[in-house]
Design a protein around this ligand. Structure first.
Ligand code: CTP
Length: 478
């Protein structure tokens, strides 16, 4: 049996809680393991997330005992132990995060049920019911065999081959929890691994089973796919596997639909994916990436072939925003997210339209008022929307776009200057200089303002206050 220490780089350390949990396991005569994503990430050198501990025994009771031992040690205050009786698991919330403690168990969704049936099992049984081989490894943390790696399904081999495979026949693995079909896509995208051919075929066969999974879980997983470095990988897999059609039909409809390729990619679906990737390169804001994904959802339903112009999509911005009502409801998005998405979809043509028309300050201000706090995100979306493969066109549109961007900054700056006031108020000047109200206060204020406007000092209270102290003797009791 391999010891995990020989597989991980020397600077990777086990969570200090592992040792404490192992000693407690020895005392209680219980096998204790670290399992799942933590083991996977330890081996491939990814950032480590919450620790998952599994015991062959009563997970909830073990969690309570562990919390007691930890409270007495140097791990800071344990905030809470939250038991999930039905699942035989508990979460220990402590100062720096959360630890999941579970009984070795299997969770199986009955054919048409949204709630899994849970039963106790041993180490082997627990690992066999996990989603993928790369997540079905356990490391013992009992003292006598600390670090021993249990890898009955070839997780290490799959990590090396960069492939996603299931411990059991994929039909059973996905039937146990159909959300795993989306997880397969997410891991493939996140780790840049391939899906095994039998896994792909199984997803294609079982796509409809995703319908028994709650919208909240689907949306959370969808957001994780959007959160990967290159979201197009996962989005394309969702489309090809047939999952997109069920979980997000409005996106799936864009696949294979042509549009004029003046500024954009020819296929609306691939254009959209490129926009999301472009946004992902510059922003971690997942709602903004989502806005990139839905900015053109009105296109398939507004597409007309006009004799002179070719394909047109009149009003797709407005229709797209309207379609988001239903989508937000179906995906259980918050009202805040829905409003944000609708605003960006509604406005996504405006900056480019301005760039084309020739811009006035008034038009820029109107856009800034309509965009409100989201104006910067809107500009990121619009810049990402230019996906033409023709470098001359890209240069031209980016050039126009940059002009609008510069004007926004320019108007912002001028408006800020108009509203500019000295950061140090008259009463502070009087107090610091020992002066009574009179015209000299105005003169000092003006001098501070000029120092800021000329860039001599920074526009902040602290800098203005220091400056006041420097010049105050010149005005004392005048
Ligand atoms: N798991 C599973 N089936 C699921 C969800 C989880 O088998 N539908 C198992 C896997 O062994 C997984 C572990 O539970 O590794 C922990 O799940 P989770 O925290 O959701 O995922 P991680 O693998 O830890 O990955 P990440 O933290 O990146 O989401």
């Amino acid at each position: 049996m391999a010891n995990i220490q020989s597989l991980i780089s020397t600077d990777r350390k086990f969570h200090p809680i592992c040792e404490v949990a192992g000693i407690l396991g020895d005392k209680l005569g219980i096998e204790v393991y670290v399992v799942g994503g933590y083991v996977r990430d330890l081996i491939i050198g990814r950032e480590l997330h919450d620790l998952d501990i599994m015991v062959v025994g009563d997970g909830i009771e073990f969690a309570r005992q562990l919390a007691k031992v930890l409270s007495a040690g140097s791990f800071g205050k344990i905030k809470n132990v939250i038991p999930f009786e039905r699942f035989g698991t508990a979460a220990i919330l402590y100062q720096d995060g959360q630890i999941e403690v579970a009984s070795a168990r299997k969770e199986v969704y009955q054919f048409d049920s949204r709630k899994p049936a849970v039963s106790k099992t041993d180490l082997e049984g627990d690992l066999s019911r996990r989603d993928f081989n790369i997540n079905a490894m356990a490391v013992s943390i009992n003292r006598k065999n600390f670090g021993d790696l249990f890898d009955p399904y070839g997780g290490i081999r799959d990590l090396k081959a960069k492939i996603i495979r299931t411990p059991l026949d994929p039909d059973s693995t996905f039937s146990d929890d159909p959300l795993r079909m989306m997880r397969a896509v997410r891991f493939a995208a996140q780790l840049q691994f391939n899906l095994d051919q039998v896994v792909i075929e199984s997803i294609e066969r079982n796509v409809r089973r995703i319908e028994i999974v709650s919208s909240e879980r689907i949306t959370a997983e969808f957001y994780k796919i959007l959160g990967t470095d290159q979201p197009s990988i996962g989005l394309e897999l969702l489309q090809h596997a047939g999952l997109m059609k069920i979980i997000f039909p409005e996106i799936s409809e864009m696949f294979g639909l042509e549009q004029p390729f003046e500024w954009h990619h020819k296929d609306i679906f691939y254009h959209t994916l490129q926009v999301v990737d472009n946004i992902a390169e510059v922003s971690d804001n997942l709602d903004l990436r989502f806005a990139g994904l839905v900015h053109d959802i009105g296109k398939p339903r507004t597409r007309r072939l006009e004799s002179k112009k070719g394909w047109t999509f009149h009003g797709h911005d407005f229709l797209g925003a309207k379609m988001l009502e239903k989508i937000a409801q179906r995906m259980r998005l918050s009202n805040k997210t829905k409003d944000y998405l609708q605003k960006l979809v509604n406005l996504h043509l405006r900056p480019i339209a301005l760039a084309k028309e020739g811009v006035t300050d008034a038009a820029i201000r109107r856009l800034m008022v309509d965009g409100g706090d989201e104006i910067d995100d809107l500009m990121i979306l619009c810049r990402a929307d230019i996906t033409s493969k023709n470098p001359n066109l890209v240069r031209k549109y980016l050039g126009n776009f940059e002009r609008v961007d510069l004007m926004i900054h320019d108007v912002k700056e001028r408006d800020a200057m108009r509203a500019f006031q000295s950061p140090v108020r008259g009463d502070v000047i009087m107090k610091e200089c020992g002066l009574k109200p009179g015209p000299v206060i105005g003169r000092i204020k003006k001098r501070i303002e000029n120092a800021i406007l000329e860039g001599e000092i920074e526009n902040s209270y602290e800098a203005a206050f220091d400056y006041l102290n420097k010049i105050k003797d010149e005005y004392a009791s005048k």
